[in-house]
Design a protein around this ligand. Structure first.
Ligand SMILES: NC(=O)c1ccc[n+]([C@@H]2O[C@H](COP(=O)([O-])OP(=O)(O)OC[C@H]3O[C@@H](n4cnc5c(N)ncnc54)[C@H](OP(=O)(O)O)[C@@H]3O)[C@@H](O)[C@H]2O)c1
Length: 322
């Protein structure tokens, strides 16, 4: 079969022939319809992700999730194909418990693109961030595919105010249409950024901060919310770390945690089944009704190498079609 084959970590996958998978006990053979090229797929292929596997596992087929047809004829979202198989192929094999039906309103490409960034938008807000109606949300790194979904989702989950921070000016501007009340440009010196965060926080602060960047933007936010006096602060700031595009580490001054009530947590990895099921249902409901939108660019699987090199364009997630 045709597949996106990775021969060495740190190289680009190639469109090549790969042996056909055979389903074992408790598994389904899936005819793949669409597989998105997510950031996690890129990082896994470098060998640096905790789920990358070992050099001895190569060659392998790329792709953590997708949408396809199972032997029962149903169209399902699937994740975690059994290595060395992946979703970027004509066929793959997945554990049965990793299959979930997708609403018919979504195209194959939209359905394949939605779940990974959608969960990374929904869970930090609703689960880890415990967003309550009327609270103020700050999304840092809001211009990416996941950040754009988080802005829309915060609105749907009842946020009173949504503040979006990002670097690309055009992409940032477009977030107003998606529900952002205020925009913060990250493309400025640190002291200006600290002032901008402080101005938007105002006296009531941010209750939930969803962060896709870490590094310098988060250091600026912490500096902005740290007090330099004794003062009663009514609200808690719940910071949920999701991605680290701007830097994998952080300088964390102790008084940032002592002077104001801050909780620092993260979202990723395995999530309890009941939480995952509820989040999946909500996400599909929002997307099927058109309340949230994800933009996609369909690319033939044979062009995987070029797509990998090029990356997403205009906030559209690339989706490979076998
Ligand atoms: N934990 C999880 O479960 C989970 C799941 C999905 C995603 N994630 C993570 O969440 C993050 C966002 O994912 P995504 O799908 O939204 O990625 P994406 O679509 O590739 O978007 C990344 C965005 O970050 C911006 N950016 C890049 N470097 C930046 C910097 N130094 N400062 C400010 N902005 C910068 C880019 O904008 P410009 O370059 O145009 O400025 C782009 O808009 C990634 O780190 C991803 O790995 C985590």
């Amino acid at each position: 079969m045709h597949a996106a084959v990775l021969n060495a970590f740190g190289t680009l996958p190639r469109s090549a022939e790969f042996s056909d998978p055979v389903a074992g006990e408790g598994e389904s053979l899936i005819e793949v319809r669409a597989a998105a090229l997510h950031r996690v797929d890129r990082v896994r292929a470098t060998g640096d992700h905790y789920t990358s596997g070992n050099p001895g596992d190569l060659p392998l087929v790329c792709g953590l999730d997708g949408v396809g047809i199972s032997p029962d004829g149903g169209r399902y979202y699937f994740a975690l194909p059994r290595a060395p198989y992946g979703s970027m192929a004509e066929r793959t094999v997945v554990p049965n418990w990793m299959l979930a039906p997708m609403p018919s309103q979504l195209s194959d490409a939209e359905a394949a693109a939605l779940i990974n960034p959608g969960m990374a938008a929904y869970l930090p807000l609703a689960w880890r961030g415990r967003l309550a109606a009327g609270e103020t949300v700050l999304v840092i790194g809001a211009t990416g595919v996941t950040g754009r979904l988080a802005v829309q989702m915060a609105r749907l989950l009842g946020a009173g105010r949504v503040v979006a921070a990002g670097r690309n000016p055009q992409a940032l501007e477009s977030l107003t249409e998606l529900g952002a009340d205020s925009l913060i440009s990250l493309d400025r010196p640190k002291d200006e950024l600290v002032s901008a965060f402080a101005a938007e926080a105002g006296k009531d602060g941010f209750q939930v901060v969803v962060d896709y960047l870490w590094g310098p933007p988060m250091e600026a936010l912490l500096a902005a919310i740290t007090l330099h006096e004794f003062k009663a602060v009514e609200h808690e700031t719940r910071i949920v770390q999701v991605g680290d595009i701007a830097g994998p580490t952080l300088e964390l001054p102790a008084d940032a945690l002592r002077s104001v009530p801050v909780t620092l947590t993260g979202s990723g990895g395995f999530v309890p089944m009941e939480v995952r099921t509820e989040a999946f249902g909500k996400l599909c409901e929002f997307a099927a009704s058109g309340a949230i939108k994800i933009a996609v660019e369909e690319v033939p699987l044979a062009e995987v190498e070029e797509a990998w090199r090029r990356g997403d364009r205009d906030g559209r997630r690339q989706v490979l079609i076998p």
